[in-house]
Structure formats: structure tokens, C-alpha cells
Ligand binder design. Structure first.
Ligand code: KIV
Length: 222
């Protein structure tokens, strides 16, 4: 069984093949998710909430993500494995970001990393892709910014905010991301972003018009 790589996902968008992505944090769930034919397994920093019992993703550390990604990587045969970069591990400086992303790839056996934010992350995305680390973006409701956003609420309802998200998606694509998660944005905005960029959009609470969908596995299981 051959491994899915980041090169496949642009082709899936072009051929309108929906991309299925789920989180997993341990070997048993990862094995089940992979056997079910899921294309991308996300070792999300949502583990801070669903595994560790925190009320946000903010306390999650690089060591936590490395630990869970290693467990997932031991079980997955086909799906692509993307690991979340936790809060504080990439925002301060590009060098920190590259060092921490390298740990997720080298020690965790992740195959790409995901970061939350828009155009301000373009220098990091460029540096990481130059270093051989594929990057997935994440726009809309970005849970690491919960204190700034004032809670977990739908983003991009007003035109100015919606236009900013479209601009951010273009900036991330231009910097080299291979896909973009769109979380909790109105359906129309998700469609607008999906048409505006050549890389796949993967929605969560963003309506049916994205190129793929992602869920936290515990939510899927109710
Ligand atoms: O951490 C996570 O599980 C995520 C998904 C909600 C996309 O970022």
C-alpha cells in the first residue's frame, strides 16, 4: 500500500476528489482511521482538550505532539500524517518555528506540520518549505487565538473580515502551503476561498463546498 504524499492533494482538488481528514492521537485509533481509507491523519493540538482535559489547546507542548505523533506514525500505512505546531512554537521567530517543526518531523515522524494564522506566517511557511517541511495552513476560527477572538465563534461574517481571510489564504498559498484548513466560517466564505486558491481547502464547520472535510475523531464518535 503506497503512502499518500502532499503531491496527491492538489491533484485530488483538480479532479474534485474529496479529501477526508480525521484526527488521531494514538496507535489504535490511527490504525482504524487508516484502514477506513482516511487520506490525512491530523495529530491535532485538540489533544489538549480531548486527551488531556484542558479547556483550550494552549497548554499543549511540542513534546506532547511528538509523543502522540510517534504513536500514530507506528500504525499508519497509507494516510498522510500532519502534526499541529502548538501555541508558542512558531510565532516568536522563524528559527524557533523551523527547529520545532524539525522535531515534529524528525522525532515525531510527522510528514508535514499545521500552523494557525494568515499572511503574517508567510516568512515561516517559506522557510519551512525551503527546509523540506510541507506546511498546512489554518484560517477562520484559530483556537490558539481564543483569547484574542473572545471565544470559539464563527469568523468572517462581516465583509471586511471575510476579505481578510481570502487575502490570508492567497498569502499562505503564495508562501507555499499545500492545503488550508478553514474552521467555523460561513459556507459562502468557504466557497469563496476554495475558488480563490489552487491548494485544497479542508473545512470544519465551513459548509460542504470545501475540497475536503476534517473532524476531531471524538466529535465524529459523538
Ligand atoms: O487540533 C485540531 O484537531 C484541529 C482541527 C480542529 C482542524 O486543528
Amino acid at each position: 500500500m503506497s503512502k499518500l504524499t502532499v503531491l496527491e492533494f492538489a491533484k485530488m482538488k483538480a479532479e474534485r476528489v474529496p479529501i477526508a481528514m480525521l484526527t488521531a492521537y494514538d496507535a489504535t485509533f490511527a490504525r482504524l482511521v487508516d484502514a477506513a481509507g482516511i487520506d490525512i491523519v491530523l495529530v491535532g493540538d485538540s489533544l489538549g482538550m480531548v486527551i488531556q482535559g484542558h479547556d483550550s489547546t494552549i497548554p499543549v507542548t511540542v513534546d506532547d505532539i511528538v509523543y502522540h505523533t510517534r504513536a500514530v506514525a507506528r500504525a499508519v500505512k497509507r494516510a498522510h500524517i500532519v502534526a499541529d505546531m502548538p501555541f508558542g512554537s512558531y510565532q516568536a521567530a522563524c528559527e524557533d518555528g523551523i527547529r520545532n517543526a524539525s522535531r515534529l518531523i524528525k522525532d515525531g515522524a510527522a510528514e508535514s506540520v499545521k500552523v494557525e494564522g494568515g499572511g503574517e506566517l508567510a516568512p515561516f511557511v517559506r522557510a519551512a518549505t525551503r527546509a523540506g517541511i510541507p506546511v498546512m495552513g489554518h484560517l477562520g476560527l484559530t483556537p490558539q487565538s481564543v483569547h484574542q477572538l473572545g471565544g470559539y465563534r464563527v469568523q468572517g461574517r462581516e465583509e471586511a473580515a471575510a476579505a481578510r481571510i481570502v487575502d490570508d489564504a492567497r498569502a499562505l498559498e503564495d508562501a507555499g502551503v499545500y492545503a488550508i484548513v478553514l474552521e467555523a466560517v460561513p459556507r459562502e466564505l468557504a466557497r469563496r476561498v476554495t475558488l480563490a486558491v489552487g491548494v485544497p481547502t479542508i473545512g470544519i464547520g465551513a459548509g460542504p463546498d470545501c475540497d475536503g472535510q476534517v473532524l476531531v475523531i471524538y466529535d465524529l464518535l459523538g
